[in-house]
Design a protein around this ligand. Structure first.
Ligand code: PLP
Length: 455
């Protein structure tokens, strides 16, 4: 029987069905420990989720406390204190009038809900024909059918195209490989203006919303647009009466060095979507945050919403998320994300100088990405070479977890994300970078492209 990755372990369906990954038994700070006592530096917070690190006692204590009182009270029969308080706290932190929260259990449910809320907003204003939700060609909004329909993620869509309702059509702000073959700032944000072209093609009267990740995550390994990009997007949305949904499932709750990534860009969305870092891996919880203006016609109109899940706003998850937020605030982890993010980014740039496979370093705060290339002219590797998976494996063998993010180039293209918990300390960044250096060296050796000599 397998314990640490030699084969099957029972009947859980793993990503590679017959190859069970190691059996994790403990989490301690930025480390995970498997059943054989091997420690892994969590250089990507799992799936960019474990924002406060593993095994934080205050959170475990809050879970125990809430469990002994109330774990479930159905939301149409009762409200509960933890969910009420969490909504108040997030609403107070969010910019503008974003203060109305609906809780769900995953990021995918939350992005779908945001689309539904946008559509209901227009229905309540007597505009039922506004139903299209536009999204970008390099994007990921979730794995359920509605969320995947909005996602520009070729690999994750590929088997299920027949079930998907829509396609993602707005070019991504991918300056390294501009889809319009332009260069910033000479491009004058032509990729943002493409949103206008897509709205025109459908007719603004038929478009409900545009959804985008402020920094592209799983589909693009921290593709970060120019700072003025979202102001243009906001202007286009306003001019066309199209709602702007910021999908901050990955970027929210401090990950980029601001509580919400939209703050870096000086815009307020109509709907803000949170997940991952909200529960930080301690509980399944996600949320949509809506503005007063978004909610006003719903409140004045039907006054009712027909969405939600059995466990939406359950008190145990809400209490857990509150404890996570307490840790985030008490330990100034948003500031730490900015400071340690700058250290990590500088170190990754130094790695890129020595490792020819690293074609780009990008991102914000502790959400950083490396794009892997075959040549100095940024030629991508053929997908058959599985370069992303090989780098992830080399890192894993050295006890480092990094996140694969291949496929931004129509299914091709290799990239990884480096995004440790926001609790990471300076010495731990050094350890992470040392292991990554070794993994890159092993990859380049395998590819027959040795790293430059150390200075
Ligand atoms: C930006 C973004 N939106 C939505 C999702 C989907 O979240 P979940 O996996 O919790 O359903 C993800 C997950 O990676 C994400 O990164």
């Amino acid at each position: 029987m397998s314990t640490a990755g030699q084969g099957r372990s029972g009947h859980v369906i793993h990503p590679a069905v017959d190859h069970a990954p190691p059996l994790a038994v403990r989490g301690e700070g930025i480390y995970l420990v498997d059943v054989e006592g091997r420690r892994y530096l969590d250089g990507c917070s799992g799936a960019i989720t474990a924002n406060i690190g593993h095994g934080v006692e205050e959170v475990l204590e809050a879970i125990r406390r809430q469990s002994s009182r109330l774990t479930f009270a159905f939301r149409s029969q009762f409200s509960n204190e933890p969910a009420d308080t969490l909504a108040e706290r997030i609403g107070a932190l969010a910019p503008g009038s974003l203060r109305w929260l609906f809780f769900v259990n995953s990021g995918s449910e939350a992005t779908e809900l945001a689309a539904k809320m946008a559509v209901q907003h227009w229905q309540e204003r007597g505009r039922p024909e506004k139903t299209h939700v536009l999204s970008r060609t390099v994007s990921y909004h979730g794995i359920t059918l509605g969320a995947l329909s909005m996602s520009g993620h070729v690999l994750r869509r590929s088997r299920f195209e027949a079930l998907l309702a829509k396609d993602a059509t707005v070019p991504a702000p991918y300056c390294l490989r501009c889809p319009l073959s332009l260069t910033y700032p000479g491009c004058a944000l032509a990729c943002a203006d493409e949103l206008q072209a897509r709205i025109d093609a459908l007719g603004a009267e038929n478009v409900a919303a545009f959804i985008a990740e402020p920094v592209v995550g799983a589909a693009g390994a921290a593709i970060t647009p120019p700072r003025d990009y979202y102001r243009r997007i906001r202007e286009i949305c306003d001019a066309n009466e199209v709602l702007f949904i910021a999908d901050e499932v990955m970027t929210g709750m401090g990950r980029t060095g601001a509580m919400f990534a939209v703050e870096h860009f000086g815009v307020v969305p109509d709907l803000l979507v949170l997940g991952k870092g909200l529960g930080a891996g301690y509980t399944p919880i996600a949320a949509v945050v809506a503005t007063d203006e978004l909610m006003a016609p719903i409140r004045a109109g039907s006054g009712a919403v027909l969405y939600g899940h059995t466990l939406s706003a359950n008190p145990l998850s809400a209490a857990t998320a509150l404890a996570v937020l307490d840790v985030l605030e008490r330990r100034n982890l948003v500031d730490n994300a900015r400071e340690r993010g700058a250290q990590l980014e500088a170190a990754l740039r130094r790695l890129a100088e020595r490792h020819p496979v690293v074609g780009d370093v990008r991102g914000m705060g502790l959400l950083l990405g490396l794009e892997l290339v075959a040549d100095t002219d940024l030629t991508p590797f053929p997908p058959s070479e599985n370069v992303t998976a090989r780098l992830v494996r080399h890192a894993f063998e050295r006890g480092l977890l990094i996140y694969p993010a291949s496929g931004a180039l129509d299914g091709a293209g290799d990239a990884v994300m480096v995004a440790p918990p926001l609790t990471v300390e300076a010495a731990e960044i050094d350890a992470l970078v040392g292991m990554l250096d070794g993994a890159l060296e092993a990859l380049e050796h395998e590819l027959g492209r040795p790293a430059a000599q150390r200075a």
